[in-house]
Design a protein around this ligand. Structure first.
Ligand code: 3H9
Length: 707
């Protein structure tokens, strides 16, 4: 019998060396993305040594198996001690190689992966490849020579653009800017690499390593760095790593290579230690984790979605139709009036044309996408749709009528989804004879832009239907998060409490501008009231009216926002809401008319306004969210904290460098939050401050609530 230690799987070497003719081929095979983890790093060093020792190998070729070149350092190792050889050591070995090394790039060469390629003597990429240094998106900077070698190939200005944006370039652009030496099409990466090796060997010269080149950085204008710093101070003052990126690239042009590299290392380690790095990496994994729904087995069968119907050609319906058309899925867009259809399709066209003007779509692509959207007045055209998304007026009566019609019209097995943001999905499903095929697909406005999709699982929604829609979310580029049924689901339920508290703060004496400033200083792109203006005050007003009409005891009395809506101040779309807007501008301007409405409201309620501190605004707006999120977890409406984090990151602009709502809450201190929630419950009261039992328990146990 083997001992337990012997039964453990011995990991196969992820890097292999083999010779093909005069070329020593180093192959990295470490699925899924050939991340440069410890095994790959040691394998690369060993394979390089084998290649250097192989007398018959005149050149070395580095190539990757599977779908991609190395997509970066292994992010899972971050925050742990780095086992040698480190990535900087690996690239230094490649740089010092006495035989020329060629990197053949396919898929994505990102971060540490591209840095390995930069340390090679030549690079060849497939046209379809993407090359970039996305470390900034993880709160880092390229830490294995990327900030020193990229400027030496493409110049400091282009290098700064690439490293600060983190966006990759395609194969052809990489050739144009000097990042690669050749591009190939319609061949395997191995073939592309061997061709380059043949040319190199025929030429017979040893190319100089990138580290020795200075032609592209000589004479860089120092004003470039001054200008970038000024731009960052304005655009991203709170972010840590972009400012260090400028320092590192500046070091590339002002210091000799070895000193520049040492400076890069220092700056990289400072980024590694920053809480922003931890937050951004949590956000990276959160986006991927939510796709794995607890209790939904990985192999759950799914249905094919080849054609989609969308009901309602308004802003939401139009945006949803665009999401499918963008993914090449034909859409039938239904509305009850020709005028509404015409308006809706014209708005979609305007939207696409605006994108084309920004150079992100060609005129032909605009036409292709428009051709995929077929407007119609007839529900009969939905008979062969595989999925129908209803995006009609937010009224239970209206939605139940539509679902009865869909039940009569759609083929068996068609999935029927509602885009309701507040209504009971189970009650809508009950209007059909097929509740197992019904669920919520809650898109966020503007639907063609926002990445979040709450996938609302009804009490009777089948696993197949849920798995199909979760898969579809990915196909259309959304972050799908499965949630349960309750008022507002996860995102809006939490937003509702923040909104309630923001309103209360204004009633007590804060101004909308103060509340918004505190939230933007926290890192939200928009404050609560600017967001209300963007979404449209009329939306919330109609929902509140609906709840009041239905006799909902939780429904609040009309407030000053309702007064604004009654005056036709719907927000940005009417150039007036909580703020006013100059024609064609989205910049909010405080409006004395609104201040007067607020004062009148305070008088009517007998409230004497007081000075509210920024700290109180911050605590009340954010802690109330954490308390609600904890209740959502208690009730099982969200299965995991990471689901709530992803929802707020992708649907509401929660600052990704803070990781997510619950990730942030742990760092803020659960004890502090729990104590404040209890204090506000005592002093202010209201259901929003009733402390969550889970929150109190975790705080008492000293346990985190996030992960
Ligand atoms: C860096 O390199 C620092 C260096 O400068 C300095 C060092 C000193 N590590 O996204 P997908 C996993 S920073 C570990 O669903 P896709 C991912 O979690 C790094 N794991 O596929 C998922 O796992 P699971 C710079 C990684 O086809 C699986 O792979 N690099 C890594 O939609 C599939 O991923 C980056 O920032 C990683 N680096 O997209 C690139 N990458 O299946 C980050 C992915 O268990 N990665 N995984 O959920 C990406 O942008 C995308 O994953 C990629 C593929 C475009 C590569």
């Amino acid at each position: 019998m083997p001992s337990p230690a012997q039964t453990e799987a011995i990991p196969s070497n992820p890097v292999q060396y083999a010779r093909q003719g005069r070329v020593g081929v180093i192959t990295v095979d470490y699925p899924p993305v050939n991340a440069v983890g410890h095994g790959v790093r040691s394998g690369l060093v060993a394979a390089l040594e084998a290649g250097l020792a192989d007398a018959e190998a005149e050149a070395l070729l580095l190539v990757c198996a599977g779908r991609t070149f190395m997509a970066g350092a292994d992010i899972r190792e971050f925050g742990k001690p780095s086992a040698p050889p480190t990535l900087p050591e690996v690239v230094a070995r490649l740089d010092a190689s006495t035989k020329p090394v060629i990197a053949a790039i396919h898929g994505t060469a990102l971060g540490g992966g591209l840095e390995v390629a930069l340390a090679c003597h030549l690079r060849v990429a497939l046209k379809s490849a993407k090359l970039g240094l996305p470390e900034v998106k993880l709160g880092l900077l390229p830490g294995a020579g990327g900030t020193q070698r990229l400027p030496r190939l493409v110049g400091a200005a282009k290098a700064l653009d690439m490293i600060l944006s983190g966006d990759p370039v395609g194969g052809e652009e990489a050739l144009t800017i000097g990042l690669v030496d050749a591009v190939e099409d319609d061949v395997s990466p191995l073939e592309a690499g061997l061709r380059t090796a043949d040319r190199l060997l025929a030429d017979g010269r040893m190319p100089e390593p990138v580290s020795a080149r200075t032609d592209r950085i000589a004479g860089t204008d120092p004003a470039l760095f001054t200008a970038k710093r000024a731009e960052l101070a304005k655009r991203q003052p709170q972010l840590f790593s972009p400012h260090r990126i400028v320092d590192a690239v500046e070091a590339a042009v002002t210091l000799p290579f070895a000193e520049g590299t040492a400076r890069e290392r220092e700056l990289f380690l400072a980024c590694m230690d920053s809480p922003q790095r931890a937050g951004l990496i949590h956000a990276f994994f959160a986006e991927r984790e939510v796709a794995k729904v607890p209790g939904l087995p990985a192999g759950t069968p799914t249905r094919e979605i080849r054609k989609v119907g969308v009901i309602g050609a308004g802003t939401m319906g139009g945006g949803i139709a665009m999401c499918f058309a963008n993914a090449g899925i034909p859409v039938v867009l239904v509305d009850s009036a020709q005028e509404a259809l015409d308006r809706g399709t014209a708005a979609i066209r305007r939207n696409y044309e605006a994108t084309a003007r920004k150079g992100r779509l060609t005129a032909a692509q605009v036409e292709e996408r428009m051709a995929l959207i077929r407007p119609t007045l007839s529900y009969g055209d939905l008979a062969d749709a595989d999925l129908v998304v209803e995006a009609a007026f937010e009224s239970m009566e209206v939605k139940r009528t539509i679902f009865r019609t869909l039940d009569d019209t759609c083929k068996p097995g068609a999935i029927l989804a509602t885009n309701t943001s507040t209504l009971d999905v189970d009650a809508i499903a009950a209007a059909t004879g097929r509740p197992q095929d019904v669920l919520g697909m809650h898109f966020f406005s503007p639907a063609n832009v926002m990445r979040l999709l709450e996938v609302v699982r009804g009490a009777r929604t089948s696993d197949t239907v849920l798995a199909t829609v979760m898969g579809l979310a990915r196909r259309i580029g959304k972050v799908g998060v499965a949630v349960g049924v309750c008022y507002g689901f996860v995102g809006n339920r939490i937003l509702h409490q923040r909104g309630r508290e923001s309103m209360a703060l204004v009633e007590e004496g804060a101004s909308p501008e103060q509340v918004d400033r505190v939230l933007t200083e926290f890192g939200f792109p928009l404050g609560h009231f600017s967001m209300t203006d963007l979404a449209g005050i009329d939306v919330g007003w109609r929902i509140r009216e609906e709840r009041r009409k239905a006799g909902d005891p939780e429904a609040q009395a009309p407030n000053w926002l309702d007064v604004l809506a009654e005056r036709g101040r719907y927000g940005q779309k009417t150039s007036a809401g909580v703020y006013r807007y100059e024609p064609g501008s989205r910049t909010p301007i405080p409006d004395p008319e609104v201040a007067a409405v607020i004062e009148e409201d305070r008088r009517n309620r007998g409230i004497a306004p007081r000075a509210v501190s920024d700290e109180e605004v911050r605590e009340r707006c954010l802690y109330v969210m954490v308390n609600e999120a904890a209740k959502i977890l208690e009730e099982g409406i969200a299965a995991r904290p990471v689901d709530i984090d992803a929802i707020w990151l992708h649907g509401y602009g929660f600052p990704s460098w803070r990781g997510g709502l619950l990730f942030w809450a742990d760092r803020e201190g659960l004890g502090k939050i729990a104590a404040s929630v209890q204090r506000y419950h005592r002093d202010i009261g209201g259901p929003q401050w009733r402390p969550s039992a889970l929150l109190l328990q975790r705080a008492a146990d000293g346990q985190p609530i996030g992960c």
